[in-house]
Design a protein around this ligand. Structure first.
Ligand SMILES: [Zn+2]
Length: 408
């Protein structure tokens, strides 16, 4: 134990960037870089023009909401559905007013309380400064009281290994009708420099109504650049939380106990999201190659790349020596996200082995059996028209369904 401490101290004396803790977070959830697309002010064009684009590409975006502008108030139930579908509704103040040192705390809390009361899926723990107006320290503290991150404006991209100097001013690039190509260039840069890039757009409409808007065609070019660069495309909340959490996770220490190790850490901010899934790897130098990872007594299954997806917000985990023989517990999501690929049906949010059944519209069984790796392999001739996928876990007696449409 004493020797381990000495080695750890020596390593800490070196450059922080080369210090590898016993647990290492996989950068950007396993992608070469990340991008978050943010859209402001609940502009009228967003529900009809933008949402279908995002949903057809399975892209989750962030919507900076101010109740007094756009169509948020008149179409609030549609906007709540947007949140239920996995997009983020974030705080942009009720009346779209500049944040100052004097008004910050009350203004930010007022609309955070309003948004959180709409639906349990609205966490409201990220903020976007109206009119790109960034206050002084007191104003930022007001934002920080309700949010773990605040969106300013600028062209900064954020490198994986460098802790940002100011979490209350993590910038997005404002796009205009003539500079959408910059977003394509900077997404390529995000890939080559392992960085996070954020965009800001008002309307997605043709013609573009102002200098902060793009046409649907150009928006699609931007989204496709994220896909073709293999970036992690997710909300400002999800990428920001993963990014912020990893600086804590990667410096966590493992305390040796009988039969294994305990790891515990402290949340870096009081308004982190309720759940932050981190893809992490465990150093063989500390844990060997035969171990079992548990959080709150539940065994976490190993992924195909040797990583484990843990919930950072549980703030602790156990690593037990040896494989446990405990069967991985399958936890099914409340809503199943599934899509057709050339090899079958892929689904998200389920880890471990589950029982899968696929039937066609006439109720004929196309597939039945146990599957893993979030994939039901099907032959081309089995994938016609509309298919219904059911995943079941016998141990917990739960099941979840999804409807998928095969490409003809
Ligand atoms: Zn705005």
């Amino acid at each position: 134990m004493k020797r381990q401490t000495t080695i750890a101290s020596l390593l800490l004396l070196g450059s922080i960037s080369v210090f590898a803790g016993p647990v290492t977070t996989t950068p950007w959830n396993g992608h070469p870089g990340a991008v978050s697309y943010t859209y402001d002010d609940a502009r009228v064009s967003q529900l009809p023009n933008l949402l279908p684009q995002l949903d057809s590409l399975k892209i989750k975006a962030t919507f900076e909401i101010a109740a007094a502008v756009g169509n948020f108030t008149s179409r609030v139930s549609d906007w709540i559905q947007v949140s239920k579908n996995g997009h983020e509704l974030a705080n942009h103040t009720r009346n779209h007013i500049n944040i100052t040192d004097a008004n910050s705390a009350a203004t930010v809390k007022d609309f955070a309380d309003y948004l959180r009361a709409l639906d349990t899926t609205v966490q409201s723990v990220t903020f976007a400064y109206p009119n790109c107006s960034i206050p002084g320290t007191t104003g930022k503290n007001g934002v920080s009281a309700e949010n773990f991150i605040g969106r300013g404006c600028g062209q900064t991209t954020y490198a994986w290994g460098t802790q940002p100097t100011d979490w209350m001013n993590i910038q997005g690039l404002i796009l205009s009708p003539t500079n959408t190509n910059t977003s394509v260039t900077l997404q390529a840069t995000a890939k080559t420099s392992n960085a996070w890039f954020i965009t800001i757009v008002h309307d997605v409409a043709n013609p573009t109504p102002d200098q902060y808007s793009v046409t649907p065609a150009n928006n699609l070019v931007m989204l496709n650049a994220g896909i073709s660069n293999g970036l992690w495309i997710d909300t400002y909340l999800n990428v920001g939380a993963y990014y912020r959490a990893h600086f804590t996770m990667d410096t966590a220490t493992a305390k040796a106990v009988s039969g294994g190790w305990n790891l515990a850490w402290v949340s870096p901010h009081s308004k982190m999201p309720k759940k932050v899934n981190l893809r992490v790897k465990f150093a063989a130098a500390t844990f060997g190659t035969s171990f079992t990872v548990q959080q709150n007594g539940v065994t976490i299954p190993v992924e195909t790349d040797g990583s484990y997806i843990i919930d950072f917000m549980k703030l602790s985990m156990k690593v037990l020596q040896g494989t446990s023989g405990i069967k991985s517990r399958v936890i099914l999501p409340s809503k199943l996200d599934a899509r057709i690929t050339s090899n079958g049906i892929m689904f998200d949010g389920v880890f471990g082995e589950v029982e899968a059944t696929v039937v066609d519209v006439r109720g004929n069984r196309v597939f039945h059996g146990r599957v893993s790796n979030r994939m039901v392999s099907l032959r081309k001739e089995q994938m016609r028209g509309i298919l219904f996928l059911t995943l079941s876990d016998r141990a917990s007696r739960t099941s979840v369904h999804a409807r998928v449409t095969a490409i003809r």
